[in-house]
Design a protein around this ligand. Structure first.
Ligand code: DAH
Length: 353
């Protein structure tokens, strides 16, 4: 029995985990365990021997149990410490600074443009990127044999649907469902069969604008667009704010936009809108090729045929429309000299915004 006790105590002492301890306990103290067998064997002894041996065996059982319980509570304590080691938190450690993402410069510009026009009462809609011949050309007064269909150099899907080369189809789609007076802008992605260079991408962004009302004139257009540029560039974080705090005085007396006659099938008259160069305030620099002006959008008074095609009676209503190249405005605002930078996703570039 002393031998059994020594073995049991040694095994209990060696147990590393509560599980191991339980199996040691079973092996010695269970009915079928070593001690259990011993008690059973007592039956073969004489009465006196049985009494003496039984008392001794019980004492040893109690001693083993005591060692077992001590070990069990030790292991429990150890485990408790182990768990809190793992969960322990050093609140004095410096935190991990999560890298916060930010918006792409084109998204920033789009949101700003939208915000400004929204402030002037324009509704903002999206129009589809996959168009059909009617909305893309016919409804916009572009006849079947008109060179404009080549000029746009449209990309077509296999089923013949054009990918919109401009946001102008959005005008017609909107007017079909809304009666004037109306003001709407249509920001979105457009596609052209253009070779990639510093100022061309086959995929870029425009914002279409349309206002239809009674007795609208080019003067209204000029007022709206002038206000737009004033707001768009006055909050510019760069030095190039013609309208901003730095140079407001210098240019307050001058016209900051000018209209040059142009041609678009969907407007009459049509014009290109130039913005006084925001880099040099009109003196002439490399950004404006020495002219003092930057071409920023096409515009005009909506052609009566376009109104008719969209279900608006041109006898009662007039409108102006314009198409702004969003990439171009972003390039001007952020002094970016290559449109490709917006699409290459080079982190060194994107992280600057
Ligand atoms: N859709 C023209 C383009 O992509 C831009 C444009 C010109 C839009 C005149 C207009 C407009 O709404 O009136 O070049």
């Amino acid at each position: 029995m002393e031998k059994i006790k020594m073995e049991a105590v040694a095994e209990i002492g060696a147990a590393q985990s509560e599980n191991e301890l339980v199996s040691v306990n079973k092996r010695y103290l269970d009915k079928d365990g070593t001690l259990g067998e011993f008690f059973k064997s007592l039956g073969s002894l004489s009465k006196e021997e049985r009494g003496v041996a039984g008392v001794k065996a019980n004492r040893i059982k109690q001693e083993i149990l005591a060692v077992f319980e001590k070990k069990a509570s030790e292991l429990k304590e150890k485990n408790k410490n182990k768990r809190s080691d793992k969960d322990w938190l050093d609140v004095t450690l410096p935190g991990i600074n999560p890298r916060v993402g930010h918006l792409h410069p084109l998204t920033l510009v789009e949101r700003r443009i939208v915000e400004i026009f929204y402030g002037m009462g324009f509704e903002i809609i999206q129009s589809q990127e996959i168009e059909n011949e009617w909305y893309n050309f016919d409804a916009l007064n572009i006849p079947k044999d008109h060179p404009a269909r080549d000029v746009f150099d449209t990309l077509f899907l296999k089923d013949g649907s054009p990918l919109r080369p401009h946001t102008s189809p959005g005008q017609v789609r909107y007017m079909e469902n809304h009666q004037p007076p109306l003001r709407v802008i249509v920001p979105g992605r457009v596609f052209r069969r253009d070779a990639v260079d510093a100022s061309h991408m086959p995929n870029f962004y425009q914002i279409e604008g349309l206002m239809v009302d009674k007795a609208l004139s080019v003067a209204n257009f000029k007022a709206v667009i002038d206000e737009f540029f004033k707001q768009f560039f006055c909050d510019s974080e760069t030095e190039l704010d013609v309208y901003g705090k730095n140079s407001a005085k210098a240019t307050a007396e001058k016209d900051n936009i000018r209209l040059r006659p142009s041609f678009f099938p969907f407007t009459e008259p049509s014009f290109e809108v130039d913005l006084r160069c925001v880099h040099c305030a009109g003196k002439g620099c490399s950004a404006c090729k020495g002219t003092g002006w930057m071409e920023v959008m096409g515009a005009g008074m909506v052609h009566p045929n376009v109104l008719k095609n969209a279900g608006v009676n041109p006898q009662f209503w007039q409108g102006f429309a314009f198409g702004i190249g969003m990439d171009r405005l972003a390039m001007i605002k952020y002094k970016v000299n290559d449109i490709r930078l917006f699409y290459e996703n080079d982190q060194r570039f994107l992280e600057q915004f």
